[in-house]
Design a protein around this ligand. Structure first.
Ligand code: ADP
Ligand code: ASP
Ligand code: MG
Length: 461
C-alpha cells in the first residue's frame, strides 16, 4: 500500500484536482490519500479567526462566505447531479457550522488556541470531501474519512503531538478495512483530535507529517509527498534562481534540510518513516512523470559536494554570557532549561569559554526568556539574522568539504559557525540581507558548472 499526500497547490482548483484524480487512477493498487486544504485556505481561515478576535463579526462572516463560494466552485468536479448535490450540501453544512462558531467568537472577542484549531481544521475537512467526491465521480471507489477520528493527539493546540499507539489503532479500525476492500480513503492532513474529541492541528505544513504518521501506522511501502516542485531541490527556489533536483537523499539529510528551512517537507515528516524504514518520495503533481526525490535510510555519499543547501530566515540570535566570567558547571543546563520552560526550540548553538550563542525563530516568549536568563547571565539579542546550512553525508566523509563551504562564504560576516554532532551539516548564521549572496555563492560552487554533484540533476520545471 502507498500513502499519497497532495499539498495545497495540488488541490488548489478544479484542474489541479483533475490531475490528482489521473495520478491516483494510474496507480496499480488503490492508495490511501491525504490532502491539504486548497492553497491559501488555511491562511484565510486564520485571518477569519483574527477578525473574530478583534470583534469584527461582519468582516469575519464575509470572509467565511468568500471561502464557501471558492469551495462551491469545486463542485464542478462532481458531474453526476446527485453526487454534486451531496457535495454541495456537505459544504453548506461545514460552512454554516464555521459561520456559527465565528459569530460566537466575534461576540466574546476571544479566540483561544483551541478555537483557532477548530477554525483552521475546516480547510482540510472541506478539501478531503471534495477530493473523495471527485474520485468517485471519475469511477474510482473512494470514501471521505474524518481525519480527526483517526489522528489522535495531545492537547497542545497549534502544535499537537500525535499519540502513535492510539492513531495506529484507529488506522486499523477506520482506514485499513476500506483500503483492503479496494476503496480509496481520503483524509485531511494537518488535523486531529484529543482522545476526548477536541479538534487539534499539527502546526503549519503539518499535512506531510500526517501522511508519514498514516504511512507508518499502515506499514505502507512508500509515502509520497506530491507538491508543486520537482522534488527536493539543491536550494530554496525562492532564493536561488535555478536549483536542481536532488534525486536521492538519506533520511538524515532530508530531516536536516527540512529542519533548516526546506519548506517542501515538514520537519517532522521523516521521523515516522525512519522507524519503519519506509521510503519517502517527493513528486511534482504538475509533472507526474518526473522522477522526483527518493529518500531512504542510506545513500552513497558524494564526496564532491553537499547534497543540498537550505536557509531559514528571520531568526533571532541570543548571546548569553555567564556573569561569573567562567562557564561554571551547570551553566548550559540552566540556559537550556529556560528555553525548555517556554517551549521555544533552539536551532543553532555555539559556545565559547564564557558564553553561549543560540538562535530561535519563535519569538513569542522572547521577553520572558531574556528576563529569566538575565538573572544569571548578560544577555544580548539581535533580530534580522538567518541560518544558512549545507547538508550532506559527504561532509562527514571528507573534512575538506567544510573548509570549501566556508571558503565560498569568504568576506561575508558570519555571526556563528557550527557543525552539528552528526557532522552531516555545516551551518552558519549571518545577517538576513546576506542570505541571497551566501546561497548563490554556495550554489555556484557546488551545484553549477563542472564540480556539480552527481546526485543533482537539472530541474526542468
Ligand atoms: P505543499 O503545499 O505542496 O505542501 P509547500 O509550499 O509547503 O507545498 O512546499 C513546496 C515549496 O517549498 C516549493 O514551492 C518551494 O518554494 C519551497 N522550497 C523551499 N526549499 C525547497 C527545496 N530545497 N526544495 C524544494 N522546494 C523548496
Ligand atoms: N493546510 C495546512 C497549512 O497550510 C497544512 C498543510 O498544508 O500541510 O499549513
Ligand atoms: Mg507543505
Amino acid at each position: 500500500m502507498i500513502v499519497m499526500k497532495f499539498g495545497g497547490t495540488s488541490v488548489k482548483d478544479v484542474p489541479a484536482v483533475r490531475r490528482l484524480v489521473e495520478i491516483v487512477r494510474a496507480q496499480a493498487r488503490p492508495p490511501v490519500l491525504v490532502v491539504s486544504a486548497l492553497a491559501k485556505v488555511t491562511d484565510g481561515l486564520l485571518e477569519v479567526a483574527r477578525l473574530a478576535e478583534r470583534g469584527d463579526g461582519g468582516g469575519a462572516a464575509q470572509a467565511v462566505r468568500a471561502l464557501h463560494r471558492r469551495h462551491q466552485e469545486m463542485a464542478a468536479l462532481a458531474s453526476q447531479p446527485r453526487r454534486r448535490a451531496e457535495l454541495l450540501a456537505a459544504l453548506e453544512a461545514l460552512f454554516a457550522e464555521l459561520l456559527a462558531i465565528v459569530h460566537a467568537l466575534a461576540v466574546i472577542e476571544e479566540v483561544s488556541p483551541r478555537s483557532a484549531d477548530t477554525i483552521a481544521a475546516f480547510g482540510e475537512l472541506a478539501s478531503s470531501r471534495i477530493v473523495a467526491a471527485a474520485l468517485e465521480d471519475a469511477g474510482t471507489p473512494s470514501r471521505f474519512v474524518d481525519a480527526r477520528q483517526v489522528l489522535i493527539t495531545d492537547a497542545q493546540h497549534g502544535q499537537a503531538q500525535p499519540d502513535r499507539a492510539k492513531t495506529d489503532e484507529r488506522l486499523r479500525a477506520l482506514v485499513l478495512p476500506l483500503a483492503a476492500s479496494g476503496v480509496v480513503p481520503v483524509l485531511g492532513g494537518f488535523i486531529g483530535s484529543t482522545g476526548t474529541g477536541i479538534t487539534t492541528t499539527l502546526g503549519r505544513g503539518g499535512s506531510d507529517y500526517s501522511a508519514a504518521l498514516f504511512g507508518a501506522g499502515l506499514a505502507a511501502e512508500e509515502i509520497q509527498i506530491w507538491t508543486d516542485v520537482d522534488g527536493m531541490l539543491t536550494a530554496d527556489p525562492r532564493v536561488v534562481e535555478a536549483p536542481r533536483v536532488v534525486p536521492r537523499l538519506s533520511f538524515d539529510e532530508a530531516s536536516e534540510l527540512a529542519y533548516f528551512g526546506a519548506k517542501v517537507l515538514h520537519p517532522s515528516t521523516i521521523l515516522p518513516a525512519v522507524g519503519m524504514d519506509i521510503p519517502v518520495r517527493i513528486l511534482n503533481s504538475q509533472r507526474p512523470a518526473a522522477e522526483g526525490t527518493r529518500i531512504t535510510r542510506s545513500v552513497e555519499p558524494d564526496g564532491e559536494a553537499p547534497a543540498a543547501i537550505a536557509c531559514k530566515r528571520a531568526v533571532t540570535r541570543i548571546d548569553i554570557a555567564s556573569s561569573r566570567m567562567l562557564m561554571a558547571y551547570g551553566f548550559l543546563r540552566r540556559v537550556f532549561e529556560v528555553f525548555e520552560r517556554f517551549r521555544t526550540p533552539v536551532d543553532v548553538v555555539t559556545t565559547s569559554e564564557v558564553s553561549v550563542s543560540v538562535t530561535i525563530d519563535d519569538r513569542r516568549a522572547l521577553d520572558d526568556i531574556v528576563a529569566e536568563l538575565s538573572a544569571f547571565a548578560d544577555v544580548a539579542c539581535e533580530d534580522g539574522m538567518a541560518i544558512v546550512c549545507a547538508v550532506g553525508e559527504s561532509l562527514r566523509g571528507d573534512a575538506r568539504l567544510a573548509t570549501r563551504v566556508l571558503g565560498a562564504l569568504e568576506g561575508l560576516p558570519l555571526a556563528m559557525v557550527s557543525q552539528g554532532g552528526s557532522r552531516k551539516n555545516i551551518t552558519v548564521v549571518l545577517r538576513d540581507e546576506d542570505v541571497k549572496a551566501a546561497m548563490e555563492r554556495l550554489h555556484r560552487r557546488f551545484f553549477e558548472g563542472e564540480t556539480t554533484s552527481a546526485r543533482a540533476t537539472l530541474a526542468r520545471a
